[in-house]
Design a protein around this ligand. Structure first.
Ligand code: FES
Length: 64
């Protein structure tokens, strides 16, 4: 569970990022995570960055 206020878990967040919500703001718009107390924002940012760097790695592997 990443966002306790809105009961949003890590898997849900990663799925949303892969579906195109690649910023904390758009995750908040879709899932409401990070829009109440804000204490999960650092975690949300970390997951967004992690998923984005996976994307970059995948792309470079495809090109190679
Ligand atoms: S824990 Fe996510 S807004 Fe409070």
């Amino acid at each position: 569970m990443i966002c306790a206020c809105h009961q949003v878990g890590e898997a849900t967040i990663r799925n949303a990022i892969q579906a195109g919500d690649t910023t904390v703001e758009s995750l908040g718009a879709r899932l409401a995570c990070g829009t109440r107390c804000g204490s999960c924002l650092p975690e949300l940012k970390r997951i967004v960055e992690e998923e984005r760097s996976h994307e970059r790695t995948d792309t470079s592997l495809e090109l190679a």
